[in-house]
Design a protein around this ligand. Structure first.
Ligand code: ZN
Length: 147
């Protein structure tokens, strides 16, 4: 078990487009396990690899319904609209309202490379969109809406 240092806003890696994972090996497994440990340690509901300084398309999420590991996730369907407050482990102490789709469908691969899909709404939909944004160098503060 290892806890990574979380990269904070201002670090250029948070603005890079992360690279797709092509090797499903033990180093990917280790990355996923350590990312989950780091997320739980920081009491977050999601963490993207760029946030620990690794520019790969890897995300972990747990909104209280169990751990999700998503490799190469992409939004394939979005529906509805919902504005709610968000925060980010890379932007400590800051919260703000962001408009997101209220329901999403995401295609991804699991740690073995198997193709999977997941559908989510509410907080899960929000976490999926927030974390996938990280993989494209987008932070929630880029999307703040005024009330
Ligand atoms: Zn974040």
């Amino acid at each position: 078990m290892a806890i990574y240092q979380i990269v904070k806003i201002g670090d250029p890696i948070l603005r890079d487009k992360a690279k797709p994972v092509t090797k499903f090996n033990t180093s990917l497994e280790k990355l996923l396990v350590n990312m989950a440990d780091t997320m739980y340690d920081a009491e977050g509901v999601g963490l993207a690899a760029p946030q620990i300084g690794v520019s790969k398309r890897v995300v972990v999420i747990d909104v209280g319904e169990g751990l999700l590991e998503l490799v190469n996730p992409q939004l394939i369907e979005v529906e509805g609209e919902e504005t709610a407050p968000e925060g980010c482990l890379s932007i400590p102490g800051r919260q703000g309202n962001v408009k997101r789709a209220s329901r999403v469908k995401v295609r991804y691969q699991d740690r073995t490379g198997r193709e999977m899909t997941i559908e989510g709404e509410g907080l899960l939909a929000r976490a999926l969109q927030h974390e996938i944004d990280h993989l494209d160098g987008i932070l929630f503060v880029d999307k703040l809406v005024k009330e």
